[in-house]
Design a protein around this ligand. Structure first.
Ligand code: SF4
Length: 192
């Protein structure tokens, strides 16, 4: 499904930060303030809010980036503040697949199987240069971006990305979900 409107139409805050002049209009701001003060919301917004407060990641690590991913559950980074400390061992109980590390061609099929076993809605973060683009491994053994296997919602750059960068990616994903942006599998297929 193609995205009919630019992301800012969905209220994505990060794009507004990049484009300050695209900030919401006075009317939109007043309505948002009124909603906050009176406590009004819609069922869709309430569901989106709850999804971002209980987005359980799948226990899935591939390479060095996985060590950085593991540290986000520690007290220093405290992913529990988002209700996300419960890494699930079964893909059927997980909402988020963090692809942390390089994906070899041998691992592509199991990765896709895990993704297919996750229930919808589900999201994917490509963590690090290897998962996003193959990184330094421009060779026959490594898939040159995991978006050739599964649709990716957020790319986190770095080699390895620090835990703070991964948390930044998670916060951006939460913003998108709360703004009503559909998951990547509804927006695009895998790259060819
Ligand atoms: S991006 Fe860097 S740290 Fe992450 S898997 Fe690749 S080589 Fe390892």
């Amino acid at each position: 499904m193609a995205l009919d409107h630019p992301l800012r139409d969905y209220g994505l805050k990060s794009e507004r930060l990049l484009w300050p002049e695209k900030a919401p209009g006075a009317f939109e701001t007043e309505v948002a303030e009124l909603e906050t003060k009176v406590g009004l919301t819609t069922l869709q917004k309430a569901v989106a809010w709850s999804q971002t407060k209980s987005m359980w990641p799948d226990t899935f690590g591939l390479a060095c980036c996985a060590i950085e991913m593991m540290s986000i559950v520690s007290s220093r980074y405290d992913i529990a503040r988002f209700g996300m400390e419960a890494f699930r061992s079964s893909p059927r109980q997980a909402d988020l697949l963090i692809v942390s590390g390089r994906v070899s061609h041998k691992m592509a099929a199991p990765l896709r199987q895990i993704y297919d076993q996750m229930l919808e809605p589900k999201w994917v973060i490509a963590m690090g240069a290897c998962a996003s683009s193959g990184g330094m491994f421009n060779n026959y053994a490594i898939v040159q971006s995991v978006d050739k296997v599964v649709p990716v919602d957020v790319y986190v750059p770095g080699c390895p990305p620090r835990p703070e960068q991964l948390i930044e990616g998670i916060v951006r994903l939460h913003e998108a979900v709360q703004a009503g942006v559909p998951p990547a599998y509804e927006l695009r297929s895998v790259a060819s």
